[in-house]
Design a protein around this ligand. Structure first.
Ligand code: ATP
Ligand code: MG
Length: 350
């Protein structure tokens, strides 16, 4: 079902906040309304949380939306205080795009870094969070290892200023810890590291904040899904069945009702081999058509096929992602993916 903003607002006008004697729309309690197929998400702004009225009004709003549009519509309402409204550190970020995969080493970081650059080449304001706290790679891919983000104080709390490179604002746990020493993260530490990178940083105004996730379906994925409003996830796979089996697990995690991160599309990395001196050649060393088949199985579009090219590894290691070389075939593939993201591919999550 396609939800229409005005209709949703009309329905919410039927929900009264008795303490103030008017409906929640007229009282300006509605904040950050987001609609997708069969899903509606917004904050409700209350003077104070923890009062019975908060639950009563939130439940009434959920019921009103279900009555109007059907039980299948997924309603996510977050009660917040006036203090939190519009002042959240991510208030200036329009879209959060997660780059995910079930399997390690399939090219998430490569895709995240190059997509960030391609989005910025399309004129977007872009940030990139390296949420792979277990194996951060953004500092190396952007050639900013050893740099230290600035910190300033706001209302007595430290605020981190992302590093800027190639016009992209960057943050990684790699800026704060010695990545040569093994790190053992327990669940709550992982959660708090992610919150610091997202919520304790000054991201300013961004069209897209791209998040490079660690492999798998752990605490980082869970925190991101539960605590942040993610526009959608891109899933990265390689053409092998073993990789795809793990990708399917990650996809089904995002599709769980409680988490609900819409899947925007699949990216098949290492889809074929192109020798450096024969850029027009394509050798499908793992066989053809896997990406299409996997995407169809997940019921999401195949947004791009990235070849295996030496330059990708070289660029990644040298701090200069391949998308910067705008004439390369690979850069063009990333531009296409960026355009697909911008043109608002319909999230599918059912
Ligand atoms: N299309 C490609 N062609 C050639 N090399 C590639 C390609 N994609 C990724 N690589 C290389 O493969 C390695 C792994 O890629 P990357 O770090 O992006 O994967 P990842 O999924 O983020 O891994 P991890 O799970 O460890 O975070 C890197 O050395 C990268 O340069
Ligand atoms: Mg990675």
């Amino acid at each position: 079902m396609l939800l229409i903003k005005n209709q949703v607002i009309e329905v919410l006008k039927g929900v009264i906040y008795f303490a103030k004697g008017d409906n929640i729309v007229n009282l300006g309690m509605l904040d950050g309304l987001e609609l997708a197929d069969s899903a509606v998400k917004f904050n409700l702004v209350f003077p104070k949380l923890g009062e019975p009225a908060v639950n009563i009004v939130t439940n009434a709003a959920t019921k009103a939306l279900h009555d109007a549009f059907g039980e299948e519509v997924q309603v996510t309402i977050t009660p917040i205080t006036e203090k939190e409204k519009g002042r959240g550190p991510l208030a200036g970020v329009k879209h959060i795009i997660a780059v995910a995969s079930g399997k390690g080493g399939v090219g998430k970081s490569t895709v995240a870094a190059n997509l960030a650059i391609a989005l910025s080449q399309e004129g977007m304001r872009v940030g990139l969070v390296d949420a792979d706290i277990y194996g951060p790679s953004v500092p190396m891919m952007f050639g900013v290892e050893g740099e230290q983000p600035g910190v300033y104080e706001r209302e007595g709390k430290p605020v981190i200023v992302p590093i800027e490179k190639y016009g992209i604002r960057l943050l990684s746990i790699g800026f704060f810890v010695d990545t040569n020493k093994p790190l053992v993260w327990r669940g709550p530490m992982a959660t708090s590291a992610l919150n610091q990178l997202l919520s304790d940083a000054d991201w300013g105004v961004l069209d897209y904040l791209v998040i490079d996730l660690p492999p798998g379906t752990g605490d980082i994925q869970l925190t991101l899904a539960q605590s942040y409003s993610v526009t959608g996830a891109l899933v990265v796979t390689t053409p092998q069945k073993v990789a795809f089996a793990d990708v399917k697990r990650a996809a089904s995690m995002f599709r769980q009702e409680k988490l609900h991160i819409p899947l925007l599309g699949l990216i098949e990395n290492m889809a074929y081999f192109t020798p450096a001196d024969m850029p027009d050649k394509k050798y499908f060393i793992f066989g053809r058509g896997h990406g299409e088949k996997f995407a169809a199985e997940l019921g999401i579009p195949l947004l791009g096929q990235i070849p295996i090219v030496e330059q990708i590894t070289e660029g990644g290691d040298a701090g200069s992602p391949i998308a910067l070389d705008e004439q390369s075939v690979t850069a063009k593939s990333f531009r296409e993916i960026a355009r697909a993201v911008i043109s608002g591919i319909q999230p599918k999550n059912l």
